[in-house]
Design a protein around this ligand. Structure first.
Ligand code: F6R
Length: 359
């Protein structure tokens, strides 16, 4: 039930710190180790490449987890769109492991890939929010997100739960492989810091609502830019904004903007820059300057240690490869207010269904 909330989406945004803690309860054993089926962990660790297959927001979650998985497990990760991968399967590695990310567990595009990888005899894991769902039944292994039902069409808590679940799996696989990076990575410790950070961000509702009034109330288009993990959050932020507020939004690799797309910048175009990486932050700031000089209204979402005076949204500092978990929260709220302030039905955007069961 949505109780006093005007829309499920706002409730589901608010639930994210609780979901982080719930995942810890579900997957942490009494010694602080990861409690996941050993056979699953063994099979992932024995693979020479992980293929993450998903659509939409789940696809963006796959990208957000890629660099963490690679750095802690030392296994290369490919993230692929179900609807493309299934019909143009690339040359696969010798020992692939397939991970299907799907909130609903019913997405037809993703299922057609699973049917094929099953026929090929490859091991698979479905990470889903719905026990007993089709992709859960048909994959060899399942990990549940325990995020509670997600009612709003726009996915929020499933995105962060998927990244957190992959972080937990990553720890187990890294530990088994005895990788150097795994020695200093404690997913549960990081998720607890992240849960607190998320709480600080969801408390910024009134401020973010005002920010939307100021910068996004009448705009027909907008850009999110970032580099590395910030680019992946930019992609998710843009998807969220367009699907519920109908603002034409694009998530762009900050450095790529000047190679063509900058032609779209006009007087007053909102450009939101996400900066959580020390090494790329200055470059993204440079790109924001470029668009500002062409008339854009820029908004900076930056981690506290990288923030500069005048930045509009300050993010708490968390593990450098899990910044997407906190950076995405203000962008979810920005999308929410952009839709609500326009008077739309936030939970039921036009032309969309919660689970997409046709290819
Ligand atoms: C966006 C959204 C969709 C889904 C996509 C995949 O907010 O909800 O992009 O993420 O349709 O759905 P699942 O994860 O159920 O496979």
């Amino acid at each position: 039930e949505k109780g006093t909330y005007p829309f499920y989406m706002l409730k589901e945004i608010d639930e994210q710190p609780t979901v982080m803690r719930k995942l810890t309860q579900e997957y942490r054993d009494e010694y602080g180790n990861v409690n996941i089926d050993n056979q699953l962990v063994n099979e992932v660790a024995a693979s020479d490449r992980i293929y993450i297959i998903a659509c939409g927001t789940s696809y963006n979650a796959g990208w957000a987890a890629k660099s963490l998985i690679e750095s802690v497990t030392q296994i290369p990760v490919e993230v692929q769109l179900s609807s493309e991968f299934g019909y143009n399967m690339p040359l696969l590695s010798k020992k692939p492991f397939f991970i299907f990310l799907t909130q609903s567990g019913e997405t037809a595009d993703s299922r057609q890939v699973l049917v094929q990888t099953n026929q090929l005899g490859f091991p698979s894991l479905t990470i889903t929010n719905v026990a007993g769902s089709t992709l859960s039944r048909e994959a060899k292994y399942t990990l549940l997100l325990h995020a509670g039902p997600e009612i709003a069409v726009a996915s929020t808590k499933a995105y962060t739960a998927q990244i957190a679940m992959l972080a937990i799996l990553t720890q187990a696989v890294g530990k088994l492989k005895n990788s150097e990076a795994s020695l200093s990575f404690d997913a549960f410790h990081e998720l607890s810091i992240i849960a607190t950070g998320m709480e600080a961000m969801v408390d910024e509702k009134d401020y973010l609502s005002d920010l939307v009034k100021q910068y996004l109330s009448t705009t027909r288009n907008a850009f999110y830019i970032g580099r590395g993990n910030d680019y992946f959050v930019a992609s998710e932020a843009a998807l969220k904004l367009k699907e519920i507020s109908y603002v034409q939004a694009e998530g762009f690799a900050a450095g790529e903007l000047k190679h063509g797309t900058i032609a779209l910048i006009e007087e007053g175009t909102p450009v939101l820059g996400i900066i959580t990486e020390e090494k790329t932050g200055p470059h993204t700031r440079g790109n924001l300057k470029e668009v500002e000089s062409r008339g854009a209204n820029t908004i900076v979402i930056a981690t506290e240690d990288l923030a500069r005076p005048g930045d509009q949204v300050i993010l708490p500092k968390v593990h450098p490869l899990l910044t997407s978990l906190v950076a995405v929260i203000p962008t979810q709220l920005i999308a929410y207010y952009a839709s609500m302030q326009r008077g739309y039905d936030v939970d039921k955007p036009r032309n969309l269904a919660k689970s997409v069961t046709v290819e």
